[in-house]
Design a protein around this ligand. Structure first.
Ligand code: FMN
Length: 170
């Protein structure tokens, strides 16, 4: 039988094998500054109405900002945006400033420019589960762009590989 300690260690390892896309969740601070957080625990929940889920650790600054503003932007990053993902994964007290040219706006939320898709979401429900909160956001505006996704796998950023193009056509 595995101990709780060994399960705790292996839990992170097991999930590092689950490749995901990478998003930035954007919120607005009380003074009006844009705040961002890199997030991969996101998913689509419902088509009608369009609902997304984002899972946020309760110690994250983003957690309190989503609670207080009731809104967030979600930007799905392009493979060329690794630096932005790393920036917003760094603790806010040491991350410095991101060049404001990377920040755009979509309806009620800030978003990341040149992301391959972005959404403006209004929180419709929140569920505290363990040490995280599941925030459900109703999508009120969307923009869809071009490009290849940034991928997170085994604690590294990489790109998507299309198997069809690897195998040739002959
Ligand atoms: C690829 C990647 C995905 C992440 N996904 C999440 C996530 O889904 N939820 C979360 O709470 N933290 C996630 N994190 C950690 C946060 O990005 C990190 O703790 C960040 O500094 C929090 O910023 P904040 O305190 O300003 O909100 C992720 C980090 C990385 C590198």
């Amino acid at each position: 039988m595995q101990t709780a300690e060994s399960i705790g260690e292996m839990y992170r390892d097991a999930w590092s094998r689950f490749a995901t896309g990478v998003t930035v969740i954007t919120t607005i601070e009380p003074g009006g500054a844009v705040h961002g957080m890199t997030a991969s625990s996101v998913t689509s929940v419902s088509l009608d109405p369009p609902l997304v889920l984002v899972v946020i650790g309760e110690e994250r600054q983003t957690h309190g900002l989503i609670e207080s503003t009731g809104r967030f932007g979600m930007s799905i990053l392009d493979s060329g945006q690794t630096d932005i993902a790393k920036h917003f994964a760094t603790p806010p007290e040491v991350r410095g400033e991101l060049d404001s040219q990377h920040i755009g706006k979509l309806a009620g939320s800030p978003v990341i420019k040149q992301a391959i898709a972005a959404m403006d979401c209004k929180v419709s429900a929140a569920y505290k589960v363990g040490d995280h909160t599941l925030f459900i956001g109703e999508v009120e505006a969307i923009q869809v762009g071009q490009g290849d996704p940034l991928v997170w796998f085994q604690r590294q950023f990489g790109g998507f590989t299309d198997q069809n193009s690897n195998h040739g056509s002959s």
